[in-house]
Design a protein around this ligand. Structure first.
Ligand code: FRU
Length: 741
């Protein structure tokens, strides 16, 4: 047992550094006068406040007189973060109560010895789960819970930071109480963190509940101050007193790292309120939220140092999966998983951008925001040409979004639009109930032969990853058809001709990893004819989707993937790959997918450096010695001898083809890239945040996040081994796809 945890008086008063005047002086004493002035101006009550009483600081090896039950609290205070836990901070001294001992699954209680309430306030630091019964700290008097506190987290994500809280216990002065810390929760956030419990007469800086600001909407945007890594605050925006959306936002109490914006133009003239569930007393966050016709700090938008210049990224916040890729009314629509209010994943909205050429994108307001059914997870979009939903008007076919509402339960829903701009959620959502927890990412298409909609959906079934197939006449009522095992998240399913032969079509089932199977589909069941085959061969490519409703006159199958390009220090994070054309070609091993960058990207070319018929040996001069590039596309056709290595250096990135092993090596990452009739062709795109390299006619696609040094504009080409007959090399400088300001 350690003395540290017995209730003790500590030598601490706020005014300790001001000596109390003790001597009465007959004549004027300037020192004493100054001390009195200080005492008065700082407030006499402070000066006279009783000393704080430490209840526990949890800095010892064990819990002392505190008694624990169960396993969750371990043998003594934690020294900080426990194995498997996000970083715990915000505690004082060397230890804290952390019931993550043994993970979230462990349960228990930790109870203080009895103590007498002698001060007006009990203050403490608290973090972890937000469940007032199962992850909490209680003050009990006569066996009754009279005060309760919890951590801030009840959703995935969140923060392990402890924050100051206090209880006003003035009404209980003189009574005996105990403090009990409870962890009886076993799921996510099934733990509680507590530290530094003291009795004090000085009202500690605490938390304001439901801090609110109200104003009339007159401008286009509401700008929120964001501090990356700050505690997430629950922020609700209401219009004329009706709550419209709640987000978890890392609000900056002081100077923000960046500003996030909410488009409020639809509510012009209405009364808007912003309520923050809990905010430190001294936070400046609410005062900083302001309406404006501009995105604050957005003067340089699309010109930021780490903004991909021909890869889509959102103006602000985080993106992950592309969603609802569809061609509608002459525009390509790119929806995407978007956190408009944070640099990391969270608050899933469907972001929205449109393009007429798949190269120049215009970001529009988010199409779907979280609602009572949960955050808006991934899904797809279709044009309902035959108005099977009845949402069409005056012959105008509706655009339908099919998405996952990832609340509890997790369900599938639809929304529709007649103009590709404003979206209404179906009032009888959901259209498909939960099957098992976490079913998600519906990909829907019209199956003409059976004249019905087909949905592929990710379902985890008895710990097996499966894709379920459903059918529907109207997108509102769905019937289970069949399933295929072995694919995780974000399925996509489409038919492609082999070698462009319309008489020989095959179905491709793929999912988030980009692995795929080729087979047949009779409208009910997918029958694979191949094992699961590898997809892309690089890094940072995930959850790709293909476009729906590309006109038959075009007929291409175009895919966009989430390109995991981390952009630290920027007010945005992650991006999309360039659009990729998919084809099936015959190889000696059977049909295989190819990925090639869409031809529309050629419109970005500015000037071109051309090289034809050159033989390169290790002695050759560098043919690209004088070339410079910022944004660049390189195309190379060559015939290597079987000992050769051809090496491109592009702004510091090394891209080589090793003919000895028939491998493409991008910044040290090797991918198989077979020679075709003894020849190889490479296509390299280099942007500010990533490379995309294609080889072997598209059989090899290597996406690779990469940030060239801004001042390194050099290119070079050499053979480090053997001889290479270069047929043709094109180096195209590219312009930005973003609007020039
Ligand atoms: C894939 C994914 C999807 C889900 C979405 C949530 O990256 O996990 O399965 O719908 O992201 O943002």
């Amino acid at each position: 047992m350690s003395d540290k945890y017995t209730t003790q008086v500590i030598e601490r008063t706020a005014m300790m550094h001001i000596p109390t005047p003790t001597v009465s002086m007959p004549s004027f004493n300037p020192v004493l006068a100054l001390l009195c002035f200080c005492a008065l101006s700082l407030g006499l009550p402070n000066l006279l406040a009783a000393q704080d009483i430490l209840i526990a600081d949890f800095d010892g090896q064990d819990y002392g007189e505190w008694k624990s039950t169960g396993d969750a609290f371990g043998p003594g205070p934690a020294k900080g973060t426990l194995p498997g836990q996000m970083t715990v901070d915000g505690y004082k001294g060397s230890g804290l109560v952390n019931s993550f001992y043994g993970g979230d699954g462990s349960v228990g209680t930790l109870t203080s010895p009895e103590f007498t309430i002698q001060r007006k306030y009990i203050s403490f630091l608290i973090g972890g789960g937000k469940d007032s019964e199962r992850t909490c700290m209680n003050l009990l008097i006569n066996g009754q819970v009279v005060r309760n506190a919890t951590g801030p987290n009840d959703k995935p994500g969140g923060s392990e930071r402890l924050e100051p809280e206090f209880w006003d216990v003035s009404e209980f002065i003189g009574k005996t109480g105990i403090i009990r810390i409870v962890d009886s929760a076993t799921g996510g956030w099934g733990h509680i963190n507590v530290d530094h419990i003291i009795q004090t007469d000085q009202r500690p800086p605490g938390m304001r509940r439901n801090a609110k600001t109200t104003f009339k909407s007159e401008k286009r945007y509401l700008n929120f101050p964001i501090k990356n890594g700050a505690i997430k605050r629950t922020v609700t925006v209401a219009v004329d007193d009706q709550p419209v959306v709640t987000n978890e936002i890392e609000l900056a109490d002081a100077t923000p790292d960046w500003w996030a914006f909410m488009d409020i133009s639809d509510w012009r003239g209405k009364t808007i309120s912003v309520t923050v569930e809990k905010l430190p007393d001294d936070s400046n966050a609410l005062a900083q939220i302001e309406q404006s016709d501009a995105i604050k700090g957005g003067e340089n938008i699309y010109r930021e140092p780490l903004r991909g210049q021909f890869h889509f990224s959102s103006k602000r916040g985080w993106n992950n999966d592309p969603n609802g890729l569809v061609f509608y009314n002459g525009e390509y629509h790119l929806f995407y998983q978007h956190n408009p209010y944070g640099w990391s994943w969270g608050n899933m909205h469907w972001g929205h951008a449109v393009s007429r050429d798949l190269v120049h994108w215009q970001e529009l307001p988010d199409a779907l925001a979280p609602d009572r059914l949960g955050p808006m997870f991934s899904g797809s979009a279709v044009v309902d040409w035959q108005n099977t939903t009845g949402f069409g008007r005056n012959g105008q076919p509706p655009l339908i979004l099919i998405y996952t509402a990832a609340g509890n339960p997790t369900v599938q829903c639809i929304a529709f639009s007649l103009d590709g701009r404003s979206f209404a959620k179906f009032d009888a959502n959901p259209v498909l109930n939960q099957i098992t927890g976490g079913n998600r990412d519906p990909k829907v298409f019209w199956h003409a032969p059976s004249k019905r909609w087909i949905m592929t959906l990710y379902v985890e079934l008895n710990r097996t990853h499966t894709i379920h197939f459903f059918s529907s006449p109207d997108l509102k009522n769905w019937t289970y058809l069949s399933r295929t095992d072995g694919f995780f998240e974000c399925p996509d399913f489409f038919e492609l001709p082999v070698d462009d032969n319309p008489a020989n079509k095959k179905w491709v089932l793929t999912a988030a990893s980009s692995e795929y199977m080729i087979g047949t589909f009779d409208g009910t069941k997918f029958v694979p004819e191949t094992p699961k085959l590898p997809g892309h061969r690089g890094r940072g490519f995930y959850a790709a989707q293909t476009f729906s409703d590309i006109p038959p006159s075009d007929g291409r199958r175009i895919q966009i993937g989430w390109f995991q390009t981390e952009t630290r220090g920027m007010p945005f994070n992650q991006s999309m790959t360039v659009p990729l054309e998919l084809k099936l070609i015959t190889t000696s091993e059977g049909p295989r997918l190819t990925w090639t960058p869409i031809k529309e990207l050629h419109i970005l070319r500015t000037n071109t450096h051309l090289l034809t018929s050159t033989k390169l040996t290790p002695e050759s001069a560098d043919p690209l010695a004088n070339a410079k590039a910022q944004l660049v596309e390189i195309r190379a056709d060559f015939e290597p001898d079987n000992q050769s290595i051809l090496l491109f250096t592009v702004r510091g990135a090394q891209i080589s083809y090793d003919a000895r092993t028939q491998k493409l090596i991008v910044n040290g990452h090797a991918a198989p890239a077979p020679l075709l009739n003894g020849r190889q062709n490479l296509v390299i795109y280099c942007d500010r945040t990533g490379l995309e390299v294609f080889a072997s006619g598209g059989l090899t696609y290597v996406p690779m996040p990469f940030q060239p040094a801004p001042d390194n504009l050099s290119l070079s080409l050499k053979t480090t081994n053997g001889h290479v007959n270069v047929t043709r090399i094109e180096v195209h400088n590219l312009e930005s796809a973003w609007p020039q300001q």
